[in-house]
Design a binder for this molecule. Structure first.
Ligand code: NAP
Ligand code: HSE
Length: 433
């Protein structure tokens, strides 16, 4: 039986999951693909922390990448250490030494995907990164291969487990944003500095990767307009719920006539839509193609074993290529061409406004005029609560271009009756046929 030697860069949540997967299911893999996976090296910064771990017995534990790159028996490097440096340098060095690489690193792939892929191809080796989006969910390969007969019309994803956990908890348990964030931190979903997740940057990186594959182009993180969930309050969640919506952080790529629009934003999602029932740390990616119509990929977006499942899928696929002498072919994310981007200012949505205003006569007419002056049609107005001499108003608009919403926000802010434009959130429609 062919022996495939792998080196793990990193032995944290994902790295230890990979070792556990090989231990648990190594026999199944041997039976199905006819090769044995052997973890020969593990690279960490602080080997002393790991020395007593049972999973690492008999494995060369090192803090020196030189030990790995100089060992010619290594077939696959699995990069699960995260961050940009030195992960980037290690990956390029491995590829240039004709070693196949599997990575779960969305930060790196979103920034340098095509460059890494071209280096891999030049060296006739594989680079794959299924785990970089959606944790355990198979999405990149299916988007690239199984949906290849389609022109992709849109990709709408819940791709950040931390924010989905926070928003679900606010909805289900009625807790505040701050309390839900603290629970997410306690459970190990959110980091001590949660900015990357709650400000939407993690989702934007994943959207850049999805859009690059779905739209056959080089889409970068900077091409995505990002809004996070920091301003979502318990009131917003409650009002959304009363109207039949759940608030979700969506990563949205939509093909328009003359370009692709890329946005990450919180939105009211109708409870009738499958994305509304994606709860907790689960992820889902809803793809619409012009042939297949709608498909949804759903599962655990993070976690040790689910993410290891995706990593090992890439490792097994690479092992098959090694045995068939076909590494460096059939690669994703190779496109370097840029595509026209559709201005997100022109994108039309319904919007929810929560306004805190003076509770005096004539307020509604002032507000209605501001919307009318900006060519925005109001669908619904509800006075939600009174706070001493102020009133909280909830307004839902008809579909309106983003630029009009920006203008009306400015107009509302300077109205004499306005105390606070507390929040503005997009309202998604369930337009499935
Ligand atoms: P983690 O638990 O923080 O583990 C990181 C590991 O990498 C540790 O063993 C650490 O060793 C090692 N490491 C970090 N920097 C290093 C360096 N400069 N040199 C050598 N070793 C280094 O991280 P993780 O959660 O497993 O995530 C790993 C990657 O998978 C990231 O790119 C992440 O975005 C991605 N990912 C994670 C998940 C998830 O559920 N966690 C899901 C999808 C994708 P020390 O302990 O010695 O510092
Ligand atoms: N921070 C990410 C999340 C981890 O919350 O989804 C998985 O990429």
């Amino acid at each position: 039986m062919k022996n495939i030697n792998v080196a793990l860069l990193g032995f944290g949540t994902v790295g230890s999951g990979v070792a556990e997967t090989i231990r648990k299911n190594g026999r199944i893999m041997e039976d199905s693909i006819g090769c044995h996976f052997n973890i020969s090296h593990v690279l960490v910064r602080h080997p002393e922390k790991y020395r007593d771990m049972e999973l690492l017995q008999g494995i060369h534990l090192t803090s020196s990448f030189e030990d790995i790159i100089s060992d010619e028996s290594i077939d696959i490097v699995i990069e699960v250490m995260g961050g940009i440096h030195p992960a980037k340098e290690y990956i390029f060095e491995a590829l240039n030494h004709h070693i196949n690489v599997v990575s779960a690193n969305k930060d790196l792939v979103a920034l340098f995907g095509p460059e890494i892929m071209h280096t891999a191809m030049e060296n006739h080796v594989n680079f794959s990164c299924e785990a970089s989006v959606g944790g355990g969910i198979p999405i990149l390969r299916p988007l690239h291969d199984s949906l290849a007969a389609n022109e992709i019309e849109s990709i709408v994803g819940i791709v950040n487990g931390t924010t989905n956990f926070i928003l679900s908890n606010m909805d289900d348990a009625g807790v505040s944003y701050g309390d839900a964030l603290r629970v997410a931190q306690k459970k190990g979903y959110a980091e001590a500095d949660p900015t990357n997740d709650v400000a939407g940057y993690d989702a934007a990186r994943k959207l850049a990767i999805l859009a690059s594959i779905g739209f056959h182009a080089n889409v970068a993180f900077d091409d995505v307009l990002v809004e996070g969930i920091e301003k979502i309050s318990q009131n917003d969640v409650q009002y959304a719920s009363e109207m039949g919506y759940a608030i979700k952080l969506l990563a949205v790529a939509i093909r328009q006539d003359n370009g692709i629009a890329l946005n990450v934003y919180p939105a009211f999602v109708p409870r009738s839509h499958p994305l509304a029932s994606v709860k907790g740390s689960y992820n889902a990616i809803y793809v619409t193609g012009n042939i297949v119509d709608d498909v949804m990929f759903y599962g655990r977006g993070a976690g040790s074993l689910p993410t290891a499942s995706a990593v090992m899928g890439d490792v097994i696929s690479t092992a098959k290529h090694i045995m068939n002498h076909s590494t460096g072919t059939d690669m994703m994310l190779t496109e370097t061409k840029r595509i026209p981007f559709y201005s997100s200012l022109k994108l039309e949505n319904s919007y929810y406004f929560r306004l805190i205003v003076d509770d005096v006569t004539g307020v509604l007419s002032q507000i209605a005029s501001a919307y009318a002056d900006n060519d925005i049609s109001i669908k619904e107005v509800v006075q939600k609560s009174r706070i001493e001499d102020a009133a909280e108003l909830m307004i839902i608009t008809e579909k309106t271009p983003r630029e009009n919403i920006i203008h009306v926000e400015k107009a509302l802010q300077v109205l004499p009756c306005m105390r606070q434009v507390a929040n503005i959130v997009r309202v998604m429609e369930d337009d499935r046929k």
